[in-house]
Ligand binder design. Sequence first.
Ligand code: FAD
Length: 347
Amino acid sequence: MVIGAGQAGLSAAYGLRRAGLAPGSGFVVLDGEDGPGGAWRHRWRTLRVDRAHRISSLPGLPFEPADRTRPAAEIVPAYFDAYERVYDLQVRRPVRVGAIRPAGPDLRVETDAGTWTTRALINATGTWTRPFRPRYPGAETFRGRQLHTVDYAGPEEFAGKRVVVVGGGTSAVQLLMEIATVAAATTWVTRRPPEFHEEPFDEDWGRTVVARVDERVRAGLPPQSVVSVTGLALTPEVRAAQAAGVLDRLPMFERITPEGVVWADGTAWAADVILWATGWRAALGHLAPLRLRSPGGGIAVDGTRVVADPRIHLVGYGPSASTIGANRAGQAAAREVVALLREPAAA
Ligand code: FAD
């Protein structure tokens, strides 16, 4: 069984199908969304295909949109839809998996649409459904609006507002640059000083990053965000925003008041909006009954295989949390699962 039909889950399904398993009977793909696209369905409208990092093709069908200036939230779901049809992947949706429990040699998959039993599981549930927002004292007293990146619908609603953007990742920088064009004022706060990366993100650099995140998840530590390893890309837009003072970053404030935010030295900034661009965590709550976590707080994986339970693979997790990484991981996991299914069942 595959859970999740984003880039990672579809790549895995493709791999299973190529290995000879029949969609719908040899393997089943469950997905919590109402339609194709995974998390791309929910990306903000101003995130155009040509402004995304780089959206890799799924295996077997090139991603060649006619108009790259269209929102990724429109183009990628249409591409996934075509992909599911071309390979007849028979994704079942919307089906939300609530819990997976051990059931002898099998796994019991409990969902809002019934229960399945499976011998092996490829988990591809991404992060979008688990936004992370750190706690700061006074947050509940704030009279303005607080939202997370997942709630962002475009800059218009921030016109004339004073906006604090929290977070040091690519999303924070992109949203800040957009909002600054219409807001009355913006301020940017991050825990660590942001590091901008001059060099192009070439393949060597990509390999180094993946190796570093891989090391962490092998050791059972929670995966790090890729930006914390790569730094932020110094694009022409970023340089312009730097020159305009939009990216003058402040350290984290100490607390939130009804009127805004306050730093440890008493400096205050009056705000109408606090935008938490503070990232995501892996959406793995449904695996909790299996007790896979290691003392380090993450789930130790070797490649994609969970060290504590080789029937389970995590794809789109840690080093494979990019569209290209998800492709490779999905197919690698499919190969291992098929090999496992061919082994004689334990007596
Ligand atoms: P998702 O696309 O999130 O798919 C997971 C699927 O699992 C979803 O359909 C979800 O509904 C489903 N699901 C979750 N929980 C359950 C459950 N309990 N039961 C059933 N279904 C469930 N990477 C790039 O390579 N290039 C980019 O340009 C790029 N831009 C990005 C921009 C943003 C804003 C973000 C946040 C990430 C970006 N990434 C990019 C990273 C990239 O999106 C991901 O690594 C990749 O697309 C994720 O694919 P996925 O299949 O792992 O997850």
